[in-house]
Design a protein around this ligand. Sequence first.
Ligand SMILES: CC(=O)N[C@H](C=O)[C@@H](O)[C@H](O)[C@H](O)CO
Ligand SMILES: CC(=O)C(=O)O
Length: 320
Amino acid sequence: LCQPKKHLGGLMTASLVVVAVLLEINFSVIGRYVDYLVEEQGVKSIFVNGTTGEGLSLSISERRQVAEEWVTKGRNKLDQVVIHVGALSLKESQELARHAAEIGADGIAAIAPFFLKPWNKDVLINFLKEVAAAAPALPFYYYHIPALTGVKIRAEELLAGIQDKIPTFQGLKFSDTDLLDFGQCVDQNRQRQFAFLFGVDEQLLSALVMGATGAVGSTYNYLGKKTNQMLEAFEQKDFSTALNYQFCIQRFINFVVKLGFGVSQTKAIMTLVSGIPMGPPRLPLQKASREFTDNAEAKLKSLDFLPFTGLKDRNLEACS
Ligand SMILES: CC(=O)N[C@H](C=O)[C@@H](O)[C@H](O)[C@H](O)CO
Ligand SMILES: CC(=O)C(=O)O
């Protein structure tokens, strides 16, 4: 049985792919990106090549290079680097899994194949099992994101007896709003030391109540510090303070969701907040509009989510 070096708790940010103008990945900023997350956001674990990192839009060779760069630059700075290795081709997934093990990543994760889809739990497990087996020394996480994969097999069902088939199974990244399914994943596996990582940032507090052990999400790139304050309040059983933080985060997410929020917009916001050029997204995604970025910036300022905002700019919306 394979245990992670450390239990995956706390916040994990989803790495953004940093793409320079010519659509070549700009590896040179990954070192700065690591420092920014650790020092400014208090985020010490990274989920590489997932949704936000546009992992499925990269070539296999690019995915290998991005993974390697995060592991290298994160050495002695990050607690955990988990590489998403999901792909439509099992062979490609296995290659990425082996590669993750070679470079010294802390774990691998995979989504369900989403074109020719597994139609039931056993079929999905058979696929994941072959992926996990390519890196038998690494913890394996299933990345449940039904809205994007279209694979709606309930996570709770998938988890029943999963370690018999996948001995390295270590947990779940749950990116869905079905808290019945999530709660039952936790409830039915209490005696197992799985990581239950929640992936809907605007609902994290509810998932913590249900027993989430950590979170993986795109907004922790720039709201990591705020979210860490919420985690701290929750830890101290100060639920009204925790709720204040969650509402504050929701105000921002609700605002950008209404404008149209996705991976492109995340890149634009992160560039704005961190000052690190994240580059444009890749087709079929389109760069966020100037109008979006201006509006998001104004909202960040009014919520006091931007560093160096002068007191005069503060308004009543600001959360402590
Ligand atoms: C679909 C998607 O990208 N989900 C992200 C991670 O799983 C989240 O971090 C969301 O971006 C976030 O919860 C805002 O809705
Ligand atoms: C947002 C997230 O968790 C991902 O990039 O996969």
